[in-house]
Design a protein around this ligand. Structure first.
Ligand SMILES: C[S@@+](CC[C@H](N)C(=O)[O-])C[C@H]1O[C@@H](n2cnc3c(N)ncnc32)[C@H](O)[C@@H]1O
Length: 282
């Protein structure tokens, strides 16, 4: 099978326009971005584009960037494009993705690792493909920890995972014993990766949907969403209305906690933090 060709955009943008440029990338590519560096004056991130749609997405991005620069002429927006093969990307993942111990009872392993979980331990096997959610990022681990802590208190029967990526949180929910699980993601590659990971973990009760949550799509004991604040805010009310017991939100910078709290019309029961990242349980 020949390797799939991709383009990576290496962006360097002034901090004052970073959220506008990231929003444009997100809307145009319908894919997440990878933050490399966030400093007071400058933000560096990478965007990913399949070769088949790259030329179209590049033109749309250039139009949006020109618009942003017309409003902020002093700002810097640079992007260097490079072609790469998915095969190499996967090889890099294989090189750097090691087992991650989230807690004494939870370990995440690369798909190719051999491991026999101990009694009472849950092992999640993940093939990262091109989706987010290997446990290497703080925001994923914070969600997993929140789920682990609240599961014995609530024994939820249903779960909605918004922005499932590799499917890691939904799969953990299934392994904990949650019966009805729906997982959504706007990125078709994430849905593909999540499908593979469900098979890999022998989990059959997760319904995967390629979509966002723009209306109430049903009532779930738990709703978990590891998204960025700028994505959470416009759908905060819908997420809250879908969560009949508990809403777990991650992907939030500690400096954004109050903004999120003011938008969710429920009391915040617990805040988990790691470095600059926070996960809030409502
Ligand atoms: C930070 S990743 C989280 C992945 C995984 N749940 C985890 O915790 O590691 C966010 C995911 O949300 C998806 N996404 C972004 N905006 C979305 C939206 N409005 N609705 C659903 N999914 C979205 C992205 O494609 C990406 O896969």
């Amino acid at each position: 099978m020949s390797a799939k060709k991709w383009y990576r955009g290496r962006w360097k943008v002034s901090a004052n326009v970073a959220s506008l440029v990231i929003e444009a990338v997100h809307i145009i590519s319908k894919r997440g971005i990878e933050i490399k560096k966030e400093e007071e004056r400058e933000c560096e991130f990478s965007s990913y584009h399949p070769a088949a749609s790259w030329a179209k997405e590049k033109v749309a991005l250039e139009t949006q960037v020109a618009l942003i620069l017309s409003l902020f002429p002093e700002a810097k927006v640079e992007c260097q494009w490079e072609e790469f093969l998915e095969e190499n990307w996967q090889e890099n993942w294989r090189k750097y993705f090691r087992p991650i111990r989230v807690s004494p009872k939870l370990i995440i392993l690369p798909a190719w690792e051999k491991y026999e979980p101990k009694k009472g331990e849950i092992a999640l096997f993940i093939e990262p493909a091109t989706a987010f959610g290997t446990g290497t990022h703080e925001t994923t681990r914070l969600c997993l920890k929140a789920m682990e802590r609240f599961f014995p208190l609530e024994h939820p029967q249903s779960l909605l995972d918004v922005g499932t990526g590799t499917g890691i949180l939904a799969i953990y929910g299934a392994k904990l014993g949650i019966k009805k699980i729906v997982a959504v993601d706007t990125d078709p590659l994430a849905i593909e990766a999540a499908q593979k990971n469900c098979q890999l973990n022998k989990v059959e009760n997760i319904k995967l949907i390629e979509d966002s949550v723009t209306k109430n799509i049903g009532s779930f004991d738990w709703v978990v969403a590891n998204l960025e604040t700028r994505i959470i805010l416009p759908i905060a009310e819908i997420l809250t209305s879908c969560a009949c017991k508990t809403l777990i939100l991650s992907g939030i910078l500690t400096k954004e906690i109050e903004e999120i709290k003011s938008k969710i019309k429920r009391s915040c029961r617990e805040v988990f933090t790691e470095g600059e990242w926070a996960c809030l349980v409502f």
